[in-house]
Design a protein around this ligand. Structure first.
Ligand code: UD1
Length: 419
């Protein structure tokens, strides 16, 4: 298995180009199942999660072509079953349920299984499908959906941890071809939901209110092909800004939507960094010492759970006590034990980490356990004294396109050791 060696202590200077959004691309690729016509999707990052999704779509009968960020999908004739061997690798494979149900009125997809960031149920997705008229059965590890017809309905996406991003997308995808009007209440407001809605609208769907908590979908008879570009990845951009903050120097991220980054920029400014937004770029530079913070994750437009681990790595460097609470995924603190191996002082009482910043970190062998936790370890390595050896780097490759090359181009010293 590949490893990454991070030689700490090198400030970052220059500009990093941010890739297209992984979390937009995954449901958008699945949404191409909704038409027999050709969909051209641009800005799709080269990541293993994207590869898994394309494998599932090929299995479902799609013709898939891919070349440098452009994916072309033609779903002329499709089947409706996706087996466990394909689905188990990535939880986002549940995104095919909505479009299969919407187009074929049936789906049989293996349950994606557990995940290290805690129990990740899909009850809210299924509740939405039922509201549209689908019968839901779980049998032999598979979710089976069947609906003689789909009719518009009123559905709430609210669960005990707030709303659901992929659940909102799944119900939207199932509703675009249903008879009548579907009202989605307590919808996720994430930019990725808006991107999916815009993709569907470009295929002829009628959707209003995406980006608010109340989305209205008016069903249409059929959808057509499209040519669409996904939004930039706000989590990659946020991670790079924290890389700049932790390593020092002056770093610019470009090809970004600064309006999508406000919840990340605000705490970086509160921690004492100078952060400046341009039309499509954001620049960060140090402005004296780093201050501790109290941070709580919440659905968009709040501070994203996908940036929590990276901010923990930064706050280890802030003298004083920081308190970080994750309300969205209360168990998502696998990075804490590994950061502690690098000298961090963190007390964990789920869903809160109390970090006593001491300014210093030392390189150590550490284990990546999930995507964002691995990014946090890489960032910590940039600031640590000596060498940080990150094992199981396939987690990083699931979500960051060429992260080692991008950081090396702006002054980091990161080696990838092939197994
Ligand atoms: C998406 C993102 C992920 C991000 C998360 C929250 C993708 C591919 N992934 O995941 O990177 O961390 O949003 O911003 O876009 N829940 C239920 N029942 C459900 C569904 C979710 O209880 O049916 C709970 C989850 O366990 C969690 C919370 O709701 O506590 C939010 O999860 P959700 O928004 O669904 O996350 P994803 O859409 O899977």
């Amino acid at each position: 298995m590949d490893k990454i060696l991070v030689h700490g202590g090198h400030p970052l200077r220059g500009t990093v180009r941010i890739s297209g959004s992984k979390n937009s691309s995954l449901p958008i690729l699945a949404a191409a199942l909704l038409t027999r016509e050709r969909c051209v999707i641009r800005g799709v990052p080269d990541l293993s999660d994207i590869h898994y999704m394309l494998t599932i779509l090929s299995h479902l009968g799609c013709e898939v072509e891919r070349a440098s960020g452009v994916v072309i999908i033609k779903a002329e004739r499709i089947r409706t079953e996706a087996p466990y061997e394909l689905v188990r690798k990535m939880r986002a494979s549940v995104c095919v349920l909505g479009p299969l149900l919407g187009r074929e009125h049936e789906a049989c997809v293996s349950l994606p299984g557990g995940c290290v960031i805690g129990d990740r149920p899909i009850d809210l997705h299924l509740r939405g499908f039922e509201a549209l008229g689908a019968a839901v059965r779980v049998q032999g590890g598979n979710i089976k959906l069947f609906a003689p017809s789909l009719r518009g309905s009123s559905v709430s996406m609210r669960g005990s941890h707030g709303t659901t991003v992929l659940g909102t997308g799944n119900v939207m995808m199932a509703a675009v071809l249903a008879d009548g009007i579907t009202e989605i209440h307590d919808a996720a407001e994430e930019p990725e939901v808006v991107d999916l809605a815009n993709f569907l609208i470009s295929m002829g769907a009628k959707i209003r209110g995406a980006g608010t908590r109340h989305i209205v979908v008016e069903g249409v008879g059929e959808l057509h092909g499209t040519d669409y570009t996904v939004i930039p990845d706000r989590i990659e951009a946020g991670t790079m800004l924290v890389a700049g903050a932790i390593a020092g120097g002056e770093l610019t991220v470009n090809h970004v939507r600064p309006d999508h980054l406000e919840a990340v920029i605000a705490p970086l400014q509160s921690a004492g960094f100078h952060v400046e937004s341009g039309a499509k770029s954001v620049t960060i530079r140090p402005n004296g010492s780093v201050s501790p913070l109290h941070l709580e994750t919440s659905p968009y437009p709040g501070f994203p759970t996908d940036m929590q681990a990276q901010m923990c790595a930064l706050l280890v460097r802030a003298p004083g006590v920081s308190v970080v609470t994750d309300h969205v995924f209360p168990q998502r603190f696998m990075h804490v034990a590994e950061l502690s191996r690098m000298g961090a002082q963190i007390k964990l009482q789920h869903p809160t980490a109390v970090i006593t910043g001491n300014g210093s970190l030392s390189g150590a062998p550490v284990m990546a356990s999930d995507l964002r936790a691995s990014a946090a370890l890489l960032l910590a390595g940039l600031a640590a004294e000596g060498v940080t050896e990150i094992n199981r780097v396939y987690h990083i490759d699931r979500g960051y396109e060429h992260i080692d090359d991008k950081l090396n181009d702006v002054g980091a010293k990161i080696e990838r050791v092939k197994a």
